[in-house]
Structures are given as C-alpha cells and as structure tokens.
Design a protein around this ligand. Structure first.
Ligand code: ADP
Length: 252
C-alpha cells in the first residue's frame, strides 16, 4: 500500500535525534533533528545588559542562521529577510514560557545554526533552543515544543519534509515514478502549519499557516499537533534527565 513519500504514516514524526551540551563555552546547547533537518542552538547568558537598565525583565535575543552547506544548493552566507523574520518568530514562540522577570537587567542570547535543512527548520530550532535554555538554567515554566502539521493534497499529516511541502498533484501526474502518491495524498497542493506549544498548559505560542485549509481540518490538524507535542516533550525531557544524571549534575 502507498504511504507518504518517505514511507511514514500520517501521524508519524521523522526520526528525532537529540544531543545535549555540545558546545563547551555556551551556558547550554543542543542539537535537535527531525530526520534530515538538523538545528543547533547555543545559549549565552544571562549576562548584565549594557543597554538601558530600564526593564523589569531580561531581554531575549535570537539569531537564526542557515549555514551555506545546509541546503542542496549553496545558500548565500548573508542573512536574508527570511532569517531575520524567523529569528523574530522563534523568539516570540519561546518567550511566553520564559520567566524573564526573574532575571531582570540581563540579556540572554540564543544562536541557532541550521546544519541541514529538509523543511521544518523553525520547529527544530525552537526545540533545540528550548532544550538549550533549560540546560542554561534560564527560568522557564515548561519546555516549548514545536512541530509542523499540515494538509498535503487532502490528507492531514505531521512533520512535513521538503518534498511534501512542495507537493502539487498536477506536477506529480507528469512524473511516472511519483504519480502513485496521489492515491495516498489526494488532489491539490500542500498547506504547512508550523506550531509551538507549551504542553502543560495546552497553549499555542506559534501558529503559522501557509496555504489553504477549512476550519474543521485546521481543528483536526491542531489537535494532532497537541497529541504529538507530548511525544516530543517526553523525549526531550528524558534526554535532559539522562544527560544531567550522566554528567553528575543531577540525581533524581
Ligand atoms: P521551515 O524550514 O521552517 O519549514 P521555510 O518554509 O521557509 O521554513 O523553508 C522550508 C524549507 O525550504 C527549508 O527547511 C529548506 O529546506 C528550504 N529552504 C528555505 N530557504 C532556502 C534557501 N535560501 N535555499 C535553499 N533552500 C531553502
């Protein structure tokens, strides 16, 4: 029977890989991957702010960058509009979970590098940053967990890869090897919905939507995202506990 391009079920995430504290001089760092999409996040701080001390909470700075070798065609090294926008999107997705008022007058920097891109880099980045923030001891209510859900053709799926994001049944009809996938996905194009969630509160801190979808389908997709966010959170949490106990910092 035909399944997704890479053989997954509709509700199956790509393989998740987590590596913690990979950068010695960062306060906390993590690599998070969804299949071939690999994000590295490093947190520096909190350090005293040299800017106005006029705030009652810490100032969060996020820089998202895609490395030149992260895509099949070499990406230009200068940060483009997309990278500047994604830095802001990621910052806004993380901020609601952070207790920045507990470290006033300071700056927390998060540097994110995409080592390899196959769609879903903003969601992998949020997860990597969330892990790095917790390892850095930045006060947080909960981890922020991000993933993409979407509609490909007529099918609701989780964690779209690049081939799925680019789905177009009209184009596939001309491709003898790939046209069989129309049987699985149905007619149409892809709608990508990256989301970020604070699982303990079932609160969405990011919902973006690129494409078209009905209210009912959006509701189904968001419910699927909530369900899968718990799976990702459990994996993130067990990796943190394992890391802290093996590094001798923490015994539960
Ligand atoms: P996200 O990575 O969060 O899904 P986009 O929807 O903007 O964000 O990008 C989708 C995918 O398109 C990326 O993950 C990457 O695989 C590819 N991509 C984005 N920008 C570039 C670029 N400048 N060069 C090559 N590929 C890119």
């Amino acid at each position: 029977m035909v399944k997704r391009f890479d053989g997954r079920e509709y509700n199956e995430l790509r393989k998740i890989n987590i590596k913690l504290n990979v950068i010695d001089n960062a306060k906390g760092s993590a690599i998070f991957s969804f299949g071939d999409t690999v994000a590295l996040a490093a947190v520096y701080g909190p350090k005293p702010s040299k800017m106005s001390l006029d705030y009652d909470k810490a100032f969060l700075r996020v820089r998202y960058n895609m490395l030149t070798f992260s895509t099949p065609e070499r990406k230009k090294p200068t940060p483009g509009r997309r990278e500047i926008e994604l830095s802001e999107v990621i910052k806004r997705a993380l901020e609601p979970a952070l207790l920045l008022e507990e470290i006033p007058g300071s700056i927390v920097d998060i540097y994110i590098e995409i080592l390899n891109a196959d769609a879903g880099t903003r969601t992998a980045s949020i997860n990597a940053a969330s892990l790095a923030l917790s390892l850095a001891g930045i006060p947080m209510k909960d981890l922020v967990v991000a993933l993409a859900v979407g509609k490909i053709g007529e099918k609701i799926v989780v964690d779209l890869n690049k081939e799925e994001e680019d789905y177009d049944s009209e184009k596939l009809k001309k491709d003898p090897e790939k046209s069989k996938y129309i049987e699985y996905y149905g007619e149409g194009r892809a709608t990508d919905i990256p989301v970020a969630i604070i699982p303990s509160e079932k609160k969405f801190t990011l919902i973006q939507l690129d494409g078209e979808i009905s209210n009912k389908e959006l509701n189904d997709a968001l419910n699927l995202a909530l369900e899968k966010s718990l799976e990702i959170k459990n994996l993130m949490k067990s990796n943190i506990l394992k890391h802290l106990s093996s590094s001798g910092n923490f015994i539960y």
